[in-house]
Ligand binder design. Sequence first.
Ligand SMILES: [Ca+2]
Ligand SMILES: [Ca+2]
Length: 186
Amino acid sequence: MIFKSSVALSGLSADAFGLSQPKTLSEQVKQDDPDDPSSASVKENVTIDHASRATFTLGVDSDDVDVFVVYDANNDGTFASDEIVGSSTGPAGTDEELTLIGPPDGNYQIWLHGFQVAGTPTVPLGIDIVQGTTSTSPASPRAPCPRTRRSRSTSPTCSRRRRARTRASSCSARTPHRTRSAFPSR
Ligand SMILES: [Ca+2]
Ligand SMILES: [Ca+2]
């Protein structure tokens, strides 16, 4: 994607979020300790990198399965109950869905907690994470095409030079990239 501006902008930045491919996992759930979400028998690891949002859905039949999203905030490799950042805990027979807006980068775990489950049904877990990169414009605008007394501003040579310069300044390889999170730095 290329942004064009008729005025010189210094320090312009834009977030570009691609449309990631959503995926659906088949998970086998069972009755867990209803009083302890960390007893969830299904725990899926998910890595989030510069996401604008992340949506998790769970289709249930007549059972009561709940979804918990746990963020390893202290990055110690374990997912603790006090690191739960989102949950969807509808009653039996109700599908679950939750969305994190601007989640911080890092490691996450999705817990499927069998609150009231008959047998070991297989349920679909949907994961849709929209991720992208941040682009920053070059700090200095491109230099104007040089003029001399003999060359007119519309000369073909000057136009070609101007176009070439435009391509160079918008070349993605030369554009400084940085990442950022909507959350405060940790
Ligand atoms: Ca942790
Ligand atoms: Ca439920």
